[in-house]
Design a protein around this ligand. Structure first.
Ligand code: ADP
Ligand code: MG
Ligand code: MG
Ligand code: MG
Length: 402
């Protein structure tokens, strides 16, 4: 077999690979294969037998990032992704694709083809609404976060998990891109939208109080091994249909603060709001902005409600059952969530990895405005994080109402 030492596969290689490794296809089947990856890091192939309409996804990790050779990455991350997807599937049934196998030689995995879903970021840019999203994503968040924490897991088992999912290289990307470079551009990688340059230099680079708070958050991210977090839960990591939601791409998973995942969801919903708000009124879908706002509120409030209910049903640590502890713990998680929402909004506008919601705004004045709406809110979410408690609090700060 040619698949006994690692190499980066072409579509033709993947066809051969799929026939050899999977029972799905007949040996004489004429398979179609295309590379469909649009992410920053990996190669995603879709293999399909047109005769039987059977298909599968093969995701392979390269040893550098697709966006830049700057990022030398361990191919181990695909192992983490495969294992975490399988664990998340047990904790939150139906919320992730099925994983068929992981191959530690070729550094790839085979998983369920979700081509009949759409990527949430793109759907939101097109102003589509998904009434079940808040319910689905909050179940995913509560189940994957609370059930992997010391509140529920036996503590020695939890420590084994911390060790297993240590993920230093992917964590470093987050430490650099989210928690450092927007404030100290040590590698000169930031890319500012030039009409906003002076404003950002003053309001972000020049705000030393903000830098201090970002520094506190950075060390919280690195040192708070609270739960097995997804680590990259933006709207490009969510596949959606009207009736279903699936989370993909947990290669950044490690033991970190719960608020990191929730804050990523909220920030990326707010980018969709900023995008829709920037388009010509004649092309705005009625009710879309209101639905995003309602969804932001519901994600926070349903998370809180389901979290406390799950705590009551599943907490095992005796001290965790002390009266008042669950609500105190949850208030800390929401505080982290507020800060991460702000940090994610800043890094996607100031830092290297942008979001299409913002970069696709063609009108210069509208883009300036969208970036400033997000950055002004972001600064407040970070600085005032201790006072932000409910879904309405998030929305009020975003809309500049308090
Ligand atoms: P990366 O880690 O490089 O960001 P992703 O896992 O996010 O890779 O996948 C990149 C793209 O590949 C997705 O946006 C989607 O278009 C496609 N893709 C990934 N997984 C699947 C899947 N299970 N089914 C169908 N398409 C997928
Ligand atoms: Mg991705
Ligand atoms: Mg992607
Ligand atoms: Mg990824």
């Amino acid at each position: 077999s040619k698949f006994e030492t690692y190499f980066l596969m072409s579509s033709a290689d993947v066809v051969e690979y799929a026939k050899e490794k999977l029972d799905l296809f007949a040996t004489d089947a004429k398979l179609e294969c295309a590379e469909i990856g649009d992410g920053n890091l990996n190669y995603v192939f879709r293999v399909r037998d047109p005769k039987t309409d059977t298909s599968v996804i093969i995701k392979q990790a390269g040893d550098t990032a697709r966006i830049s050779d700057d990022f030398k990455l361990s191919t181990e991350r695909i192992k983490i992704e495969s294992e975490v997807l399988q664990l998340e599937g047990k904790l939150a049934p139906g919320r992730v694709p099925d994983v068929y196998f992981y191959d530690g030689v070729m550094n790839c995995c085979a998983m369920e083809d979700l081509s009949d879903y759409v990527i949430l970021r793109q759907a939101l840019i097109e102003q589509q609404q998904f009434p079940l999203f808040a319910d689905h994503i909050t179940t995913f968040l509560v189940n994957t976060l609370l059930l992997t924490s010391d509140v529920v897991l036996e503590h020695k088992q939890k420590k084994q998990m911390v060790k297993k999912y240590i993920n230093p290289e992917l964590c470093e990307i987050t430490e650099d891109l989210v928690y450092t470079e927007p404030y100290q551009d040590v590698r000169g990688r930031n890319e500012l939208f030039s009409p906003n340059r002076e404003w950002i230099e003053r309001e972000i680079y020049g705000d030393t109080e903000l830098h201090l708070e970002a520094a506190k958050c950075k060390f919280q991210f690195m040192n708070h091994a609270q739960a097995l977090i997804h680590g990259d839960l933006h709207t490009g990591s969510v596949f959606i249909r009207l009736d279903d939601t699936k989370v993909i791409d947990p290669e950044f998973a490690f033991y970190g603060p719960m608020g990191y995942d929730i804050g990523n969801v909220i920030a990326n919903l707010l980018f969709a709001w900023a995008h829709a708000n920037a388009i010509d009124e004649s092309r705005q879908q009625p009710g879309f902005l209101a639905w995003i706002e309602q969804t932001v509120v519901e994600v926070i409030d349903q998370f809180k409600e389901k979290f406390l209910k799950s705590w009551q049903e599943n907490a095992t640590d005796v001290m965790a059952k002390e009266s008042g502890f669950a609500t105190w713990y949850l208030s800390q998680v929401i505080e982290d969530t507020a800060a991460v929402t702000g940090l994610e909004m800043i890094r996607r506008i100031v830092g290297l990895a942008k979001v299409k919601d913002i970069t696709s705004i063609e009108d210069v004045e509208q883009r300036i405005n969208a970036e400033r709406i997000c950055l002004i809110a972001a600064k407040r979410l970070i600085k005032e994080r201790a006072t932000i408690r409910s879904g309405i609090d998030f929305l009020s700060v975003f809309k500049g109402r308090v």
